[in-house]
Design a protein around this ligand. Structure first.
Ligand code: CO
Length: 466
């Protein structure tokens, strides 16, 4: 039986997020969208993840404008985004009214598929976003944050899939953010998932350990319907397997993708120039392409490695990278084997840096680590041991309800706080998620506009001298 395998192209989201810390600009992305749109991808992962934060914080760009501009050029291919459940695209839990409004604006501005996940795989944290997406008639892809630990066995993931289906998922993604998923495990996992659901299965992995292309092959054999790939200039290393490789490997087999390698190579020529530019600027560190088998021990996601790398570089502490890596799994175990994915990867990463730099474990504890221990990010895969709880939060109370149940509606107060800067309805969401960072961007945007107005006035002055 011939089965056409579909591909989601990740180069403008996860590909560049994993390799160049999400610094690709809208101006760099736009010229190639029409051609990407011609390929016949299942979807283009175009938005979400760290792109929103990066637009506001580093690129002085409005993320919503990016989305609209991409949508305007991608007329045929569904656009996909990565959405962190109750964290939306931020790093804490937001009230339900913020999440509902966020999802509504995503769909209104052009997102067709929302890949929704929770860092702890706590289904309660996906529910509001899933229901909001259903309400907007967009596609819900519920994602399993894949990790390995004594509790993360096939049975655990099967139960999770059942819960996803119950809350209304339209498809399931196995999100292997650290490239830990081994070929045989992927085969068994997908075979078992296929037995309990008819929903399409998509696989997302990173090449950090080198497993990913082999894992994709086994996943496809077991019935995976879609695989995530990045075009070669931003593939491999901490990114996805390369689109061209997967397309060429499957060609003329019973899993042919039917994609045209000639169009792909034309698009890759474009990105190749960007790749060279980023290697030259130092942002694309070619060291990320080496396979470090030790990564398998530390379960560090692609994006996190490049972040830790630049974080330590800034403080001239690159020599501590190995120690930080070794600290990460210890913290993870302390916290009940939580998966490492945004935001938990950053939280654990920051604490690991603190534990190593201060020379004493939990001498300084971040607010976010305390919140995890207090249950404010949701339920950890297993209970955190008492001595750790005591050390980190003392006698502070631990909650067992859905964390967002404790949050009052907050959208109106955000609207009020930022009203003088609002130029479009989505601005309140940037402020809700990124506070001062968003405000700084709004000020920049206003200054730019003022500058343009002033330039126009000056031009008029010159044309019509008094
Ligand atoms: Co990823």
């Amino acid at each position: 039986m011939v089965k056409k395998i579909k591909i989601t192209e990740t180069i403008i989201r996860d590909g560049q997020q994993s390799l160049i810390a999400t610094r690709m600009t809208t101006d760099e992305i736009l010229p190639i969208i029409s051609l990407l749109d011609k390929v016949g991808y299942h979807s283009i992962e175009a938005w979400g993840g760290a792109t929103y934060d990066s637009c506001l914080r580093f690129l002085n760009e409005d993320p919503w404008e990016r989305l609209r501009k991409i949508k305007n050029k991608a007329k045929n291919t569904p656009l996909q985004m990565l959405f962190r459940g109750q964290n939306a695209l931020g790093y804490r839990h937001y009230s339900d009214d913020v999440i509902e409004y966020f999802v509504q604006r995503c769909v209104a501005n052009g997102v067709n598929i929302l890949r929704i996940f929770d860092a702890l795989n706590d289904v309660r944290n996906l529910k509001t976003a899933v229901l909001a997406t259903k309400k907007e008639n967009a596609h819900v892809q519920a994602a399993i944050s894949y990790t390995t630990s004594p509790v993360h066995n096939i049975e655990y993931f099967i139960n999770l899939t059942k819960e996803f289906e119950e809350i209304g998922a339209d498809s399931i993604c196995i999100k292997d953010m650290s490239g830990l998923l081994k070929p045989d495990i992927a085969y068994d996992l997908i075979t078992e998932i296929k037995k309990i659901t008819k929903l399409p299965i998509q696989i997302h992995s990173h090449c950090t350990s080198g497993y990913a292309p082999i894992t994709y092959w086994k996943a496809i054999e077991a019935g995976s319907d879609v695989v995530d790939c990045a075009l070669s200039p931003f593939s491999l290393g901490t990114s996805q397997p390369s689109t061209e490789t997967i397309v060429a490997a499957l060609k003329d087999s019973k899993y042919d993708t039917d994609l045209d390698i000639n169009i792909l190579s034309e698009i890759s020529d474009y990105f190749q120039k960007l790749r060279k530019k980023y290697i030259k600027s130092g942002l694309l560190d070619t060291n990320l392409f080496g396979i470090d088998i030790n990564m398998l021990k530390y379960q560090v996601p692609g994006g996190m490695i490049s972040n830790l790398n630049s974080q330590l570089k800034e403080q001239s502490k690159e020599d501590k990278l190995q120690e930080v890596f070794e600290e990460i799994p210890k913290i993870r175990e302390d916290l009940g084997f939580i998966p490492l994915v945004t935001p938990t990867s950053q939280i654990v990463g920051n604490q690991a840096v603190l534990n190593i730099i201060t020379g004493e474990r939990y001498k300084i504890v971040t607010k976010e680590i305390k919140e995890i221990v207090r249950g404010r990010y949701g339920k950890t895969p297993i209970k955190i041991k008492n001595p750790i709880v005591k050390k980190i939060i003392g006698d502070n109370e631990i909650i067992s309800c859905r964390p967002a149940d404790l949050l009052k509606a907050e959208l109106d107060s955000f609207k009020h706080e930022i009203k003088e800067f609002i130029e479009q309805e989505e601005d309140v969401l940037s402020y809700a998620l990124f506070g001062q960072v968003a405000k700084k961007f709004f000020e920049f945007r206003r200054a730019q506009k003022y500058k343009i107005d002033k330039d126009l006035v000056n031009m008029e002055d010159q044309t019509h001298p008094i």
